[in-house]
Design a protein around this ligand. Sequence first.
Ligand code: PMV
Length: 347
Amino acid sequence: MAPDLARRDLPRYSAAPMDALGETPLNVMHDETCAGVGVGSGKVILLGEHAVVYGQPALAASLERGVIATAQFASAWSLHIGRWNLTVRPRDTEDADPIERAFAGVVDTLGGVPLALDVLLQLPSAAGLGCSAAIGVAVIEAVARAQGNALQRATLSELARRWDGHFHGKASGVDSAVATYGGVGVYSLESGWEEVVPGQPLPLVIAHSGEQSATSDLVAKVGAARQGDAERVDAIFGRVGQLTRLGAQALERGNLAALGDLMNENHALLRTLDLSTPALEVLRTVALDSGAYGAKVTGAGGGGCLVVLARHETKLPSLEAALRRHSRHVFSTVIGAEQFASCEASA
Ligand code: PMV
């Protein structure tokens, strides 16, 4: 039987101490006044963004930082995001904002007594780290729990995909799947989320270009390119799909050098679709000159973040320091660190 929300664990993989982007670790929240709590993880796409919208697989990993939503019983539905200084009500009229429409969809589907939702963001928005999907998962989970409704994970992921569609235009579901399941996995429209067990911990640095990018604009831009030249764009996506499959195998075998090469090729393909920027290219050059195995745009691109694969965990501090000279928002994370720590402890 699929696990229900009441038994859902927090994301399993740990992140190194957060600084500029994060605020509060995710292992919080046991507030007595709370009717329900929901947690959605942020994510990095290691291989396969955009191609995943057209049916190819993508390889992604959750970040420990994410979004926490708390629900309290109230006289009317509301959703408050302190970091954006925003409070909205559910509304699905033509002039409604995407967040109002997304919220209206949740209220329509899950219903029940009105709730006031408070959302704590540990992720930057419009940065390629899956912020909107993480908000969706956290809000839907908090609402379901407050209403005593034990959603299965597959249902949560699907509802969050619909939520994310309001922000992406055309959401593949990769962000909502990672935000729901956590860990590392391959996602495709056909097969959903399939867990991948890394053969080595994955030392990553995430560096923000300082430029925001709206996923819906970038997804539309790629859609227009595909309409203009379907053969060329589908050939790129076909190759990206192969890179993803090879990358998942490399990761399972713990072959980080091979994974880095695949990330570099994927970046080159994203660049031909005009999804990189001069600021991202500067960061990438710095990362590779500092000895990283690979570096690529992650998420929608057109700004947002670069994901960098370090040669080893011990290289993270120097890599971070080099990137910090060009980016105000840099953090590192070791995907799978806890899993390997517990293996070592029990060996
Ligand atoms: O930039 P983000 O975090 O919203 O990620 C977008 C990923 C895309 O593949 C570009 C879109 C999608 O829905 O898969």
